[in-house]
Design a protein around this ligand. Structure first.
Ligand code: PLP
Length: 387
């Protein structure tokens, strides 16, 4: 349905429209009847119409799945309870005991704990590498490597990994390239177009966009997504139907939200780059960013995520957070309101100061998730917080 439609159409009505049959509303945002497994939905004498929330087939979940699959250019997608649930089920559907996973070491802290701790108990070996060293991917492959996992852009350093050289390896070997594309959203990057096989999002972030939903999604081929769905059901990782309803409503504005966030982040990054209280600005839209050319050739927008390093270090960061007004000091990202977080107390709290500095996150590092407020006001807010 809607073949050839642009992203601005797909975010609003993409997918087959299944689940909307009985809602009678033009807006399509209703919590469709039967979202909570009404017994009357099932046909007597058959399994047809069987709905149960843990099967992940609430009407709104089905709409979201089809819409995000359309946005990513994937055959199919499955919605899960969280981004963590999505990563876990996506990888468990690919890996068996004895298999090896080659992964980027620059990944979200929760995923890092999943790969580094939990997977070993299943007999799955994981090697973490520096994803910016393109040649290392091939060097660290084993005969048992079944998949490569990476995140791009990277949380929180905003480095952008070129998917194309990695995908040449995965295609040559017939293994899966799995990409966590949470920071980009499909408006800015569609990894399948650059050789990835599987795309994952923490839908908690840009896809929903309002900091009021926890969800995750996995996109790929229909048979693979079915495997992920089976994992989701038995591991209890299905999305709550109400979260699916909220997410469907949030998705409708994804395109205009992200366009505004891209624009705002670019203006803020340019301003920050000229301020002496800020030692370094991490934003791939800036021409001197190490991944500017990669981002320009692979992405449709540089995104709403950026980071700044305050010249005054940890004390300056504390003072900044005490003074900032419009940006909320909170751990999430990708929503309409601007948010600032300090990774040394959130995703990277488990590392020492020296380890964080080696990972490109020195004390004084602040991650900004730029919202849809006016860039002028956001810049004024940063300026007064730096004084
Ligand atoms: N992937 C990335 C890049 C993230 O930033 C996060 C959370 O911040 C996750 C995965 C996990 O998502 P969730 O919090 O929805 O479980």
């Amino acid at each position: 349905m809607f073949e050839g439609a642009g992203i601005d159409v797909l975010v609003v009505v993409g997918g087959s429209g299944k689940g909307h049959e009985d809602d009678g509303s033009a807006g399509g945002g209703d919590l469709a009847d039967g979202a909570c497994a009404g017994a009357t939905d099932q046909e007597i004498g058959t399994g047809d119409g069987l709905r149960y929330p843990r099967y992940g087939n609430s009407p709104n979940a089905e709409i979201v799945q089809e819409r995000v699959a359309a946005l990513e250019g994937a055959e199919s997608a499955v919605l899960l309870a969280s981004g963590m649930g999505a990563v876990a089920c996506a990888l468990l559907a690919l890996l068996r005991p004895g298999d090896h996973l080659l992964a980027s070491g620059a990944i979200y802290g929760g995923v890092s704990r999943l790969l580094g701790g939990e997977f070993a108990t299943f007999g799955i070996d994981v090697t973490l590498i520096d994803p910016t060293e393109t040649r290392v991917w091939r060097k660290r492959l084993r005969k048992t490597t079944r998949a490569i996992f990476l995140e791009t852009p990277i949380n929180p350093t905003c480095r952008v990994i070129d998917l194309r050289p990695v995908s040449y390896i995965t295609k040559e070997l017939g293994i899966a390239l799995v990409v966590d594309s949470t920071f980009a959203s499909p408006v800015n990057l569609r990894p399948l177009e650059h050789g990835a096989d599987v795309v994952i999002h923490s839908a908690t972030k840009y896809l929903n966009g309002h900091h009021d939903v926890l969800a995750g999604i996995v996109c790929g081929t229909a048979p693979y997504v079915e495997e992920v769905r089976q994992k989701m059901m038995v591991w209890g990782q299905a999305p709550d139907p109400f979260a699916a309803w909220l997410l469907e409503r949030g998705l409708k504005t994804l395109d205009i939200r992200v366009a505004r966030q891209n624009e705002n982040a670019m203006r803020i990054a340019e301003w920050c780059a000229t301020n002496s209280a800020i030692g370094k600005v991490h934003y791939s839209g800036l021409p001197d960013h190490p991944d500017h050319e990669v981002a320009k050739s692979m992405m449709d927008g540089f995104g709403g995520m950026m980071a700044i390093e305050l010249a005054g270090g940890a004390d300056a960061a504390t003072r900044f957070l005490e003074r900032i007004r419009i940006f909320r000091h909170a751990p999430s990202l990708g929503g309409v309101d601007s948010v600032v977080s300090e990774p040394r107390f959130t995703s990277h709290a488990h590392l020492s100061s020296a380890e964080r500095a080696r990972a490109g996150i020195p004390d004084g590092f602040l991650r900004l998730s730029v919202g849809i407020e006016s860039a002028k006001d956001l810049i004024a807010d940063i300026e007064q917080a730096l004084r």
